[in-house]
Design a protein around this ligand. Sequence first.
Ligand SMILES: C[S@@+](CC[C@H](N)C(=O)[O-])C[C@H]1O[C@@H](n2cnc3c(N)ncnc32)[C@H](O)[C@@H]1O
Length: 429
Amino acid sequence: MSHHKDPGRLKAGSLPVVQDFYERYPYPPPVESLDKYRALWQDPQKKRADYHLYWPSAPYCEDHCILIAGCGTSQAAKHAMRWPDAKVVGIDFSANSIDKTVQLKRKYQLDKLELHQMPIERVSELGEQFDQIVCTGVLHHLASPDIGLKALRSVLRPEGAMQLMLYAPYGRAGIYMLQDFCRRLGITASDEGIDELVAALQLLPPAHPLQNLLREAPDFRNPAALADALLHPQDRAYSVPQLFEFLENGGMTFGRWINQAAYEPACGVMEKIPQISRLSALPKAEQYAATELFRGSMLTHSVVAYRNDRPGGPQQPEFTSEDCLDYVPIRRADTICIQERLPPGAAAVLINQSHTFKDLVMILDHAEKNLYGGIDGTASIGDIIRKNPVSTLSADASCRFFERLWQWDQVVFDQSMQTSKSSRHAKAM
Ligand SMILES: C[S@@+](CC[C@H](N)C(=O)[O-])C[C@H]1O[C@@H](n2cnc3c(N)ncnc32)[C@H](O)[C@@H]1O
């Protein structure tokens, strides 16, 4: 793991090194068209699934206030396009990245998008509070990620949600080896340095830990992406325990993983290990830590986090009471249901295409497939069970099936009906 000791240092006579790096190599590589992105987000169910991933118990709305912190070249414009009624604010200290976003704002008339060239550490100077903060691929590049997280928390509304993506150490071992190699040989983030590096990578031995990434990440073919990974002047990574500690120090609570199946003992290969009952008996954070070690190749961690003083806590679904019958399951966008060439005894196979681990394939029997078929984004679990009178599954077993769909990242739940029912109930008492 690499962690520079003098991170805020200035490049001779100019900008701090990280800012200078992103002025020269803005990331992600700039795009001119968001047409495809806009088409993808026309689907109202995709939007509902996205909303309830962060706020399972709040009624759906589209006019929330979003901060994209370290927005790079296009992320803020994409969010403004995805949520035209929302106020979206993008900040980044790279003028070049902000310029690229301004071009997209003009091209697509994203009138509610506001952009500021400023460091995250000074975000409170905006004098605004946000319902959602998106900060992906950024905090691990700060001189002090802790200061960055606290700055973001200070502008998050009490009921707001934060989406963070941070690097994970074990899957990135090959990257850190090559970063060290480049430092030792004086290969720097310049066009010449990148060309030299591309040439050297052609000769990298087949068993090098970086090879998996070179094979599987198409991103790596782009020079800016290569520089962002291998020639970055400042980058650190967080194991699961370090991530939980980081959140706690920043006054935040873990809500969920954006994709949680890879961390769940109940999903895929983890379910089959002889130690599964010992693993499942551990506290949740310990389960995740062990799973990260066993899986061995996670590159990043993407989490939803809340303020530690959030009214009502993280409000993730619970399946221990009858309340879950009121949850409305909504299919997640990247999921597909396969019904051909199935393994023996299977009626369908569910895959979330955003999963990177190939063992995360959920197999359904006939009764489960019927329940799954009842999901339309408006029917509650109770409705779906009632509409399936011939089902061989009990109500309990059906609820457990919906819990599994949730664990496997096949659905999120709109729990707002259940929440409004229980607050009516509380008022009546
Ligand atoms: C790897 S890019 C990620 C861009 C974007 N979040 C995304 O996921 O597409 C990191 C971005 O964070 C910005 N950045 C890094 N440190 C920052 C800081 N302290 N304040 C503001 N922006 C920063 C960089 O300029 C760069 O645009």
